[in-house]
Design a protein around this ligand. Sequence first.
Ligand code: ADP
Length: 612
Amino acid sequence: MNLFQLFKRIIPYIKPFRFLLVATLTLTLLGSLLAQVNAIVLDRTVDAINALVGSPTFTWAKAAKILTIVSVVLLGKEILRAGISFGQNIFGEKLRINISQKLSLGVVERILKYRMAFFSRSENAPGMLQARIDQGASSISRTIQNFFINLLPMVVSSVLALILIFAANVYVGLVALAVVPVYFWITALQGRKLKSSRKNMRGFNEKKSGSIMNILESINVIKSFNREEIEFGKQTELQYGFYGSQLSIRKASFGFDALKSFVNQTGTVLIIILTSYLVLSGYPGMTIGKIMYHIMLFSNVTAPISQLQRIFDDLNDALVYAEGYFDIVDAEGELEPTGGYKPEKVRGNFEMKGVDFTYPNGTKALHNVSLKVDSGVITALVGLSGAGKSTIVNLLDKFYEPDCGSITLDGVDLKEWDTHYLREHIGLVLQKNHIFSGSIEENIRYGRPDATFEEVEEAAKKASVYDQIVGLPNGFDSPATLLSGGQQQRIAIARMFLKNPPIIFLDEPTASLDAIATEQIKAAIDAIKKDRTVIIISHSISQIIDSEMVYALKNGRVEQSGDPDSLYREGGVYKDIVDASARSLNIEKLAQTIDSEGRRGRREEELGDSGQ
Ligand code: ADP
């Protein structure tokens, strides 16, 4: 992205604030005009005092008059300038904040409409996306502010001062003008020299902040393995690298600043010599006052230019970050597709035929998958981790589109379904459900924002979490993020109960629950699964054998399908998984324990009976 393209892209963001911009620019122009007042006043004062000194008509009254005028003009100008600069800064800041807000909101509104494939690309990992959006929004808005609040006034002030010098004397004007390209050249050199160091610095900064986060997140692992020293060593290495980069940037900056100051002083000396020569040789219009006048104007020419470096740095950053930002906003192809099909009633009969699917990173997750999921028939997807079970649910929820093959719901291709309408009718409970920061009530209500509080309570009861919520000091108002993993899972299930959809996808919903909660949830899910479409992905044998239809997957392929009993008799993947689960539960031993406990209980009962 170059500067021109950047500005073209930014214009729509500035447009709504054009009045603010015009106000800022007007103040800018006034400020630049006022900046020249000092030079003019000094020129006139020196000449007037010079004329008065040694003149036979000298009186203190005349001198006092000159000094009064000077004081009034300079102080008056200063008051005006303070007002203008205040207004300019406030308007500029308003402009920056407004635009930054528009940029941030614009991108959020946009990415919420993107399909899942966008978020599963590695370059769009949450942290990276957040960094690109934040850096983009802040550096673009800073550029706009820099341009209108800093750069433009500087250029106007510089050009105005140059015009005044030329108007006073062409030769002096030429000397002043000759210094400008030298200044620009040094600034460009400085920018080029510092570019790579600045890039390094950015890298170090990112690593540094990330590394402290890493330590904090895994502090228990670090401590349990006694790896404090290793972590400290890594930090030390980073800090030293950071220190080296920082110092080299500072060194180069100080060197260039000194060079610029030298050029500035050389220009000033040349202007003093030239003006003095013109005054001494009696050049028309050249008075002692002009020496001061030229020096001050010259400083008005160079002072703004010396600030250019900082603005160029910011602009360079903006060019880099703006590209990342606009890449996100412009991802037209990532918009979630939707059809217009919205039937009155969703029956919930899915059919997949010959579906292949590849994730955006190239992982082929499904191969020629065909299956049927009917309403009222509890369907289980079984397979080892990575077999493709969640991927099937992702496709049925229209999070992704298949590479080939077809997926229909109630006989209509998913592509033709209105995506929002479809999801309105699907309840998805995942192994790890995201709990939003906010109260427990808000989190459950997410399932149906217009639900009454009684309905929220009812949903919590069905999800066996009501008693635990009311036991908290703030009840339903307590922050949901403080709940344990199992409790959060039940909040997510309550959310689904509240939504009450005709289609339910349960992706290992009880994986992080204890046995008692699992039993309660199982009962609750059993109660609502009647007359609905239910797909359950589970490693829990009890849930699998309760289902009516099983698809056993292996490496993205459906290996077996049928009812659990016949599949088990068939042998193969399904039998292997069920047997392994039974072994891991140590079912025989468990059965013996339960059995012997039962026998003991019965014997005691009999003894009790005979003793009576
Ligand atoms: P299961 O649910 O059976 O454990 P998944 O459907 O989650 O399996 O995964 C199937 C395959 O797809 C695995 O190889 C997994 O690594 C891959 N996969 C899952 N999600 C993604 C994703 N978002 N991006 C890339 N690959 C993925």
